[in-house]
Write a protein of this length. Sequence first.
Lengths: 248, 253
Amino acid sequence: MNLNILFHFGRYLTLMKTAFSRPEKFSMYWKETMRQMNDIGIGSLVIVGLIAIFIGAVTAVQFSDQLSGGLIPRYYIGYIVRDITIIELAPTITCLVLAGKVGSNMASELGGMRQKEHIDAMELMGVNTAAYLILPKLIAAVVIIPLLVSLAAIISIVGGYIAAVPFGQLTDPEYVRGVRSFFVANYVFMMYVKAMVFAFILTSVSCYQGYYVTGGSIELGEASTQAVVYSDILILVADLVVAVLLTG
Amino acid sequence: MIRAENIYKSFGETKVLKGITTTFEQGKTNVIIGKSGAGKTVLLKLLVGLFKPTSGNIWYNDTNFNNLNKKELRALRMEVGMLFQGNALFDSLTVEQNVKFPLDMFTKLTKKEKLERVNYCLERVTLAGSNNKYPSEISGGMQKRVGIARSIVLKPKYLFCDEPNSGLDPKTSIIIDKLIKDITVENNITTVINTHDMNSVMEIGDTIVLLNLGLVAWQGTKEEVLESTNETLQDFIFASPFLQKLRKSAISS
């Protein structure tokens, strides 16, 4: 079991080293990176937006109920929604969801290419397949996912407003005051660090799972599932590590 | 010319190739035949470097394939074209983009020059005008021809074909065979075909290597096939009861 983990870890590092090789032709890699940015970014907008609006809404409703005693000022709800979204919910939940959507898609795409001999065909042409197929995905994810997370944070705060203000749990000035109070710029930095780390994890782990698929459709399904499971576990571990490192 | 020298290949405990020595000649269609599981595909993948031999050497003219570093290997691979059993066409690309892919990746040709080369290759495989179709929109035979067009677009010196006739009707198989043969002769390239289609072997096979249980059971020319008394070869060719009957009646008459 331990040896198996070491084997996979070693093979993952080797794959990443090969993926970060000099491109054969920059223009081809650029084209592929743009395609990936479109797939990851535009393709995930709806799901990210939907999840973000509910995260904000639920956070606002729950906290307005818990802080209803009068001891804590009402406008704190806006402040709590903003910070909890920026620090934790926007990067972590968004990336966990993207691991399911984008990660499994990447694993299936690469696994399918392996099984249909597309990767062999490219290797035979002299293409560095690890670089051509993985590097554009990594670059696209590390650039686009932080933007998606930013959007999720904004939508989430708006979601909190929609759930709390029209239903009378707090007033518009209270919510806005809360959102504008006690702002710590470092939390935004932390959000971007988390988003980039999680993006790298979910992309590289999913690509690793897909790139080495053997066998048939059952193995492809397993690889896709493992891509999501391992990405999610590693994102949660990385979440703790980044939190410890950046708040210590 | 490609030479395989005493090639052994094992996967774990399973020994697939047990000392293959043979030569594939330039300007000829060299055919590897054998039953399923005889090691044909493994030998082909070893020849193109998708697998590494457990022991033995593969020579491309005077170059030992096994001793090449990554850069040299990539350079040599530019001289290799391969037609895969399942075609390996990229689903998200059109016919034109599929054929153009190696040109985009490795050449500095202008757009016009690339298009001219792609159109020439597509015309050569009688697919002119199919540029904008996707692989899913064309037949199996057409997909094979796109695969051939892509494999010759960089003007390779070596062409490998893995089961080029699998899944094709007899008429289309003949067209594909003829195409491969013509391309081989026109460009004086070394072509290696892996097949178990005896029609194809007798149609275009200049030299024939029969693999059995990981060993070379017989090798020779197609003229020598029918005269050979090699039992493994005869068993392979006359595998069906109908052909066995035919053979017996031919011998008795």
